[in-house]
Write a protein that binds this ligand. Structure first.
Ligand code: NAD
Length: 292
């Protein structure tokens, strides 16, 4: 079994690190939060006093940090130097494509294997080991990362070279943000026209308006019992995180010269929702904003 440094054991990283420990790996965790470290220590991880201490001599280094600036600071501020020549570096955070690409290139220039491996799935999937990983980086680095990622997820997919995991993640979530708004708008219009929500669902979920936002995550209570709409939009995927991903998509689109008018509208509406204090609600609560 491998010795794995895990940097950033918060809401997502905590469950992921615990799944690696459960699989028999020697997990050395580091986080700035004592509470986050206490949780993983109770589940069998060893607590390190710094990221560098955790990474020194490790077979793999996994990071799960808030944003690109934290990830860059962690790798350039010590992890690249602490990593042994045979270590595999895996960044699972959701960050901007440009930073992911440049860190992948910096690792390669040092002769280190690195992948960007952002996840789809929230804290329940992180705890349950059922995340989907979208992985960018050289094919041999992907093959080395795969057995570790498989202990934390149900699907591990190679998306291409450095940064392409992040590209897949933000393109996917741009669809999700836009389809949720389109679905919520349709339910609001149906309501105002006097069309029963369940009846509309029964029709549209079998017609061309069907999407994951409707059939797995319906924004009105009733038709899909597991959707956050049935629990007052608590839990699920916070609107603030959707906004974060949409902003990353907008920045990437600007850099690539891509026209993304639907994504831009979705970003503005989620910004409004967050400004109105809705950032902690599930993103499907955008329907409340649309009701006016
Ligand atoms: P979080 O804030 O709960 O966890 C981040 C952890 O990183 C915190 O515990 C923080 O103390 C720690 N940290 C920050 N800087 C550090 C440093 N320099 N050294 C060590 N530890 C440091 O956030 P999260 O919800 O776990 O999200 C982590 C990443 O996963 C983000 O990039 C997020 O966008 C992505 N993500 C989150 C979800 C979700 O549902 N929460 C879903 C998919 C992807």
């Amino acid at each position: 079994m491998a010795s794995i440094a895990f940097i950033g054991v918060g809401n997502m990283g905590g469950g992921m690190a615990l799944n690696l420990a459960k699989a028999g790996h020697d997990v050395r965790a580091f986080d700035l939060s004592a509470d986050a470290l206490a949780r993983v220590a109770a589940g069998g991880c060893t607590v390190a006093t710094s990221a560098i201490e955790a990474a020194t001599g490790a077979d793999a280094i996994v990071t799960m940090l808030p944003a690109g600036s934290h990830v860059r600071a962690a790798y350039e501020g010590g992890l690249f130097d602490a990593a042994g020549p045979d270590a595999i570096l895996i960044d699972c955070s959701t960050i901007d494509v440009a930073t992911a690409k440049s860190l992948g290139e910096a690792a390669a220039a040092r002769g280190l294997a690195m992948v960007d491996a952002p996840v789809s799935g929230g804290t329940a999937a992180a705890d349950g080991g059922t995340l989907t990983f979208m992985v960018g980086g050289p094919a041999d680095a992907f093959e080395r990362a795969r057995p570790i990622l498989e202990k934390m997820g149900k699907a591990v997919i190679h998306a291409g070279g450095a940064g392409m995991g992040q590209a897949a993640k933000i393109c996917n979530n741009m669809i999700l943000g836009a389809t949720m708004i389109a679905t919520a708008e349709a339910f609001v219009l149906a309501e105002k026209l006097g069309l029963d929500a369940q009846t509309f669902f029964d029709i549209s979920s079998k017609a061309s308006g069907q999407s994951w936002s409707m059939t797995s995550y319906c924004p009105v209570p009733g038709p899909v019992p597991t959707s956050p709409a049935n629990r007052d939009y608590q839990g699920g995927f916070a609107a603030a995180l959707m906004l974060k991903d949409l902003k990353l998509a907008m920045a990437a689109a600007q850099g690539a010269g891509a026209s993304v008018p639907m994504g831009a509208d979705a970003a503005s509406l989620y910004q409004l929702m967050v400004n109105n204090g809705g950032g902690n609600s599930d993103f499907s609560a955008i329907i409340r904003l649309l009701r006016g």
